[in-house]
Unconditional design. Structure first.
Length: 118
């Protein structure tokens, strides 16, 4: 099994920055990609960013000029991913979830809350 633990969320003023981290543990062999989703209050979850084992990335249009996803490059295996969020807006307020793709299975973390005050 794979476990994902997110950290780095919190309360920040508009215009500020946060860096989220996600660490995978357990049987991480076979993880081919990891990503970040967010679920704003009262809305459905949406993809924010995604990174493959090779390092190729996908960023949602709504955040592509402000958010960056990266991975720990010290190891070939996907274990740790980061989401750097700059110029945060109140609309970025959401629960942010880390995900990992392993075969046909998508594993979700417990989430970390990001709240942006105006």
């Amino acid at each position: 099994q794979v476990q994902l633990v997110e950290s780095g969320g919190g309360l920040v003023q508009a215009g500020g920055s946060l860096r989220l981290s996600c660490v995978a543990s357990g049987n991480i062999y076979g993880i081919t990609s990891m990503g970040w989703y967010r679920r704003p209050p009262g809305k459905e979850a949406e993809l924010v960013a995604h990174i493959s084992m090779s390092g190729s990335t996908t960023i949602a249009d709504s955040v592509k000029d402000r958010f960056t996803i990266s991975r720990d490059s010290a190891t070939r295996l996907l274990r740790t991913v980061y989401l750097l969020m700059n110029s945060l807006k109140p609309d970025d307020t959401a629960m942010y979830y880390c995900t990992a793709n392993r075969g046909s299975v998508v594993i979700w973390g417990q989430g970390t809350q990001v709240t942006v005050s105006s």
